[in-house]
Design a binder for this molecule. Sequence first.
Ligand code: ITT
Length: 180
Amino acid sequence: MEILFATSNKHKFSEASAILSTKIKHFPFQYLEIRSDNLEEIARDAVAVAYAKCKTPVFVEDTGLFITALKGFPGTYSAWTFAKIGVEGILKLMKDESNKEAKFETCIAYHDGTDIHVFHDVCEGRLADQKQGNSGFGYDPIFIPEGHTQTFAENITLKNKLSHRYKTLLKFSRFLKTRI
Ligand code: ITT
């Protein structure tokens, strides 16, 4: 069975291909995301739009960086925030904050042609004081997962073993194995 991953982000697609044992195909997908504080609501809407376009089993994945000291910002607005102020802007906002706690949350929504199934997971961690590392993408240079000292951008192998995306894809992969 062919499954499409609808995303505009090629980094997300390559991470997912490396992690999932099921073969997936990139469905380049640009759409106007709904505004909501809820990742699942956004993912459900996105996958319904994607399925209407491709008419093939398809999944989307929505991820947000939630910073405790900023009351969860940028959260579901992470893509917009990244485009506007980037990692440097987040570092400026966090300059005088002593609480560096943050987490990535991922929600996958899969449309199997009949129903939508959702999967969630998180990666707890903290923010670095400055950019560190060149691998990965997005907020990876400033995110240090719990129990570690390097950012995701400094240790991409580690990222692909414990990230929000890895854990959520694992749940999705187990679900797919019961179906195929
Ligand atoms: P889609 O087309 O799949 O929606 P996107 O890049 O808009 O692609 P998201 O809305 O899920 O994806 O991502 C929100 C932001 O968070 C975006 O700026 C990403 O670069 C960033 N991001 C997502 N996953 C990340 C990860 O694993 N590490 C670092 N930053 C990440």
